[in-house]
Design a protein around this ligand. Structure first.
Ligand code: GTP
Ligand code: MG
Length: 221
């Protein structure tokens, strides 16, 4: 599978603290949720082949708003605030959870949800709650086991299998993949899933469509 240059064009669109500050709810978007410090922002950067598109940090709680990155007029990636960050007050934690819940429940353009989990601590209580929310909204879900570089290959695969077994579903709406921002593992596979959720135009089809317009290429089948 080839790397899709589409994601490279991602750029900051806006940051929202409340639902009424979010961009127009049209087109399609994929949001990255997960525990604080799990590696959400790093995963977005890696997938978009950019070093500092989304701000990352060694200190948990870096991303405190809903951050929207635009791919094109119809497509966005969304970096959600991490949950479970201990150093903020209970009141703020509850407020974030409410924003998250509202976003997940009412955002119609949300086509898919990526739940980012540190492979060493998969499926925490809040991850499972996110999974339930996502499932309820009939969205595609990816459980992304990141920091896979922290485990040996065999152990990483075993964790993936264990998580897959736990979330086994009949409709195939929940996928489980290994990922590492550090080693760029899983980038093409995850892009392939995002391509489908976001309905990213296949660059080859776009080319051949352009060719058929100019009468050079063979027609699309
Ligand atoms: N070894 C390794 N470290 C990673 C990987 N992905 C992220 N990290 C590190 O984990 C820390 C947190 O990464 P972030 O991407 O900022 O995490 P986040 O989920 O966006 O965190 P919040 O915004 O605080 O919720 C940083 O120190 C990253 O360098 C990975 O694949 N491998
Ligand atoms: Mg972040």
């Amino acid at each position: 599978m080839q790397m899709n240059p589409f994601y490279q064009r991602a750029h900051f669109l806006t940051a929202a603290t409340r639902l009424d500050q979010t961009p127009a709810d049209s087109g399609r978007e994929v949001a990255f949720a997960g525990r604080s410090n799990a590696g959400k922002s790093s995963a977005i950067n890696t997938l978009c082949h950019q070093k500092s598109l989304a701000r990352t940090s060694k200190t948990p709680g870096r991303t405190q708003q809903i951050i929207f990155f635009e791919l094109d007029a119809e497509r966005r990636l969304v970096d959600l605030p991490g949950y479970g960050y201990a150093k903020v007050s209970e009141a703020i934690k509850l407020q974030w959870q409410q924003h998250l819940a509202n976003y997940l429940e009412y955002r119609r353009s949300l086509a898919g949800l990526v739940i980012v989990m540190d492979i060493r601590h998969p499926l925490t209580e809040f991850d499972r709650r996110m999974l339930d929310w996502g499932r309820r909204g009939e969205r595609s879900i990816l459980l992304l086991l990141t920091k896979a570089d922290k485990l040996k290959r065999g152990a990483a695969q075993a964790t993936r299998l264990a998580v897959e077994r736990e979330v086994a579903n009949d409709d195939g709406r929940v996928a489980v993949r290994l990922f590492s921002a550090l080693e760029r593992q899983g980038v093409e596979t995850v892009q392939g899933l995002l391509d489908r959720w976001l309905e990213v135009p296949d660059p080859n089809l776009v080319d051949s469509a352009a060719d058929s317009v100019t009468g050079i290429g063979s027609s699309r089948s």
